[in-house]
Design a protein around this ligand. Structure first.
Ligand code: UT7
Length: 332
């Protein structure tokens, strides 16, 4: 059986840091509230004019160099993002042009905080139907849709992302094993951007009403996220006859440390098995999972063949989990 294997990962975050203390000067908030309610201490913010395709190109260029992959070998580029450079053309097309992937096709995918999982599943399906090299990107420039006068949302999010290279393997010690992925549109009211789409195109009035920013009913999302991300993480382990101790690393979406703690507890993970970098980056939406994977691969917390469990929850609602064995990593 052919499986998609992750043979490399790279990520990118912008240089500029905004700390909780910086935010104290912008809205009525404080470091103690943000840290205790979310676990976030600082987040990265894109430079003026730096967009999702730019951050992606930085990550993908590094990925290609480190895996010894030529841009012309890439069959497809899938980009999970809710902050594309433009509504069209796709961010995938912009990345394709900038890196010179002359033989690739590709597309953007809107799955919010679960976007990287959905893109990984899509990329895996392409590998299983004959593609040889697929780039999967999870990236968001959340600062472009954040209202820095709204303390309910502006403290939560940051910019960044990462990319993985998928290649086929027949070796059972590597690659995608299982996934549980879900959407539930009844969550649309709780987390969305009101204007700028076909429902409510941009007008002076929509801009004046600040409707091109994120709207979130935090408490409703918190309840569902805690419940569903915990359940799906436990469910995929049970479905695969695995115990938490079999897993090398649990990489949950980084929206709130309290949500992560609930999921980790329910699935039975010890602290050292859980990737936590929300303190440094906040919630980068589709970026959190590849950023997390890159961190654990680079600092040696996992090695080739280790079991990785991803889990996420986000706007839609969208949620799910993916279980895989990392590697075999390619060195360029
Ligand atoms: O990744 C996409 C999915 N998103 C999520 O998973 C996020 C889910 N939601 C959350 O993480 C949490 O709901 C938040 C972090 C957004 C909020 O935490 P909370 O514990 O649910 O707080 P709350 O909304 O119930 O607000 C508690 C209090 C309120 O004041 P009152 O009404 O009790 O007087 C808020 O007005 O905290 C106030 N508050 C703040 N205070 C200081 C809200 N935001 C802030 C703030 N600084 N930034």
């Amino acid at each position: 059986m052919i499986r998609a294997a992750i043979t490399g990962v790279a990520s990118y975050v912008p240089k500029r840091v905004i700390t909780n203390f910086d935010l104290e000067k912008m809205v009525d908030t404080n470091d103690e509230w943000i840290v205790s309610r979310t676990g976030i201490k600082e987040r990265r913010v894109a430079a003026e004019g730096e967009a999702s395709s730019d951050m992606s190109v930085s990550a993908v260029t590094k990925l290609l160099a480190e895996t010894g992959t030529k841009a012309e070998e890439i069959d497809a580029i899938i980009v999970a993002t809710v902050t594309p450079d433009m509504l069209f053309p796709s961010t995938a097309a912009l990345i394709q042009e900038k890196i010179g992937a002359v033989n690739a096709w590709g597309y953007d995918l809107s799955g919010a905080c679960s976007g990287f999982l959905f893109a990984l599943k899509s990329g895996s399906s392409l590998i299983q139907t004959g593609s040889k090299k697929v780039i999967v990107v999870g990236v968001d420039t959340m600062s472009s849709i954040l209202d820095y006068t709204d303390r309910n949302t502006c403290i939560l999010f940051g910019d960044g992302g990462g990319a993985v290279l998928l290649e086929p393997t027949e070796d059972e010690n590597f690659g995608m094993i299982d996934d549980i992925l879900r959407i539930d549109g009844s969550g649309a009211d709780a987390l969305h951007m009101k204007a700028g789409g076909s429902r409510k195109p941009a007008t002076h009035a929509t801009v004046d009403a600040r409707e091109h920013y994120i709207y979130q009913d935090g408490r409703s999302v918190f309840k569902r996220a805690s419940n569903d991300m915990a359940n799906v993480s436990a469910e995929i382990l049970e479905k695969n006859n695995l115990k938490a101790e079999d897993v090398g690393i649990f990489i949950p979406h980084q929206a709130n440390k309290r949500i992560i703690d609930v999921a980790a507890r329910k699935a039975g993970f010890k602290d050292e098995q859980v990737l936590l970098n929300i303190d440094k980056y906040g919630n980068t939406t589709a970026g959190t999972l590849p950023l997390g994977l890159d961190e654990v691969v680079r600092n040696g917390r996992i090695k080739d063949g280790d079991l990785v469990l991803f889990a996420a929850f986000g706007a839609g609602y969208t949620w799910g989990s993916i279980l895989l064995r990392y590697g075999p990593s390619k060195k360029g």
